[in-house]
Design a protein around this ligand. Structure first.
Ligand code: CP
Ligand code: NVA
Length: 308
């Protein structure tokens, strides 16, 4: 295992699969109220949460994950700590003397790299940056595997902005053999570098980019979307609403997918924008399974990073 989890690409394919297996085991144990076997895995270890963007799911699930594994959480204030008072490298070098891991949500991915490179023992976990959201992709793959049994060969279409969530989803899909399609307006697709790096991890990966959302969804086993305006892009919101409107996940678009196709969203959802109420409330929508699986996959990730 690499010291840090800044990207899905920091995992080998074997470790990615193992993370999903451990998460499934934790989920079963928790459902049977067998908290005890895992309750001391992080005993005596502290984990810091540093978030300089809002969060419900990531913050709540990591706090619960650390507690259920027997560790302690600290929440340093981040308004000045993370951005203005001192360098990210110095923040990380201080934290390294006190805690085992820092779970960081910030803007630039480079800030995470700076923290990771400045330390030798402190584990840095990317809780979302402007360019990647690897913890989300772990939960997404777990959710799809639960519903499909086997991931390899299935077709997953991401419709919307080629953003942080799409990037991590493409990386995980490529590594696990999910045939991933991404449909975005011209100028909002994934960079060639993201596609090339993902394919570089699996010679038989299928990563396709589309402009036409209907073509991209045609025959898909699942459709995924995310906000048109990500945190930090609020001043582009009006332009994006117009540009992305044809990419809305609505009943007409879902009708192009396979009958019974799953609907995924990382949440928070903007109902009436990227997804209609009808689609997110459909029996084929698995958005709250994804949210639940954030907890189980993060417990698995913490266990692998901090106890192996
Ligand atoms: N999906 C997700 O990361 O949600 P939060 O922004 O609420 O953490
Ligand atoms: N793309 C969204 C994901 C939120 C979980 C954002 O970055 O705001």
């Amino acid at each position: 295992m690499k010291k840090d989890f800044l990207s899905i690409l920091d995992l080998t394919t074997a470790d990615l699969k193992r993370c999903l297996d451990v998460a499934a085991e934790f989920k079963r144990g928790r459902a049977e109220r067998q908290g005890a076997p895992t309750a001391s895995l992080l005993a005596g270890q502290h984990v810091a949460l540093l978030f300089d963007k809002p969060s419900l799911r990531t913050r709540a699930t990591f706090e619960i994950a650390v507690r259920e594994l027997g560790g302690e959480i600290i929440n340093p204030t981040v308004d000045e700590t993370l951005a203005k008072r001192e360098t990210m490298a110095d923040v990380a070098r201080n934290l390294e003397r006190w805690v085992a891991a820092a779970i960081i949500r910030t803007f630039k991915q480079e800030r995470l790299v700076e923290a990771a490179c400045a330390t030798t023992r402190l584990r840095i976990i990317n809780a979302l940056s402007d360019t990647e959201h690897p913890c989300q992709a772990l939960a997404d793959m777990m959710t799809l595997r639960e519903h499909w049994g086997t991931l390899a060969g299935r077709v997953l279409t991401f419709v919307g902005d080629g953003n942080n969530v799409a990037t991590s989803l493409v990386q995980a899909s490529a590594m696990l053999g999910v045939r991933i399609r991404v449909a975005s307006p011209d100028g909002y697709g994934l960079s060639d570098r993201v596609v090339d790096e993902a394919i570089g991890r699996n010679a038989s990966a299928s990563v396709e980019q589309f402009i036409d959302p209907h073509k991209a969804v045609s025959g898909a086993d699942a459709v995924y979307t995310d906000a048109w305006t990500s945190m930090g892009q609020e001043n582009e919101s009006r332009l994006r609403q117009n540009t992305f409107f044809p990419y809305q996940a609505n009943a007409e678009l879902m009708a192009k997918a396979k009958p019974g196709a799953l609907f995924l969203h990382c949440l928070p959802a903007h109902r009436g924008e990227e997804v209609t109420d009808e689609v997110i409330e459909a029996p084929t929508s698995v958005v709250f399974d994804q949210a639940e699986n954030r907890l189980h996959t993060e417990k698995a990730l913490l266990t692998m990073l901090l106890t192996e």
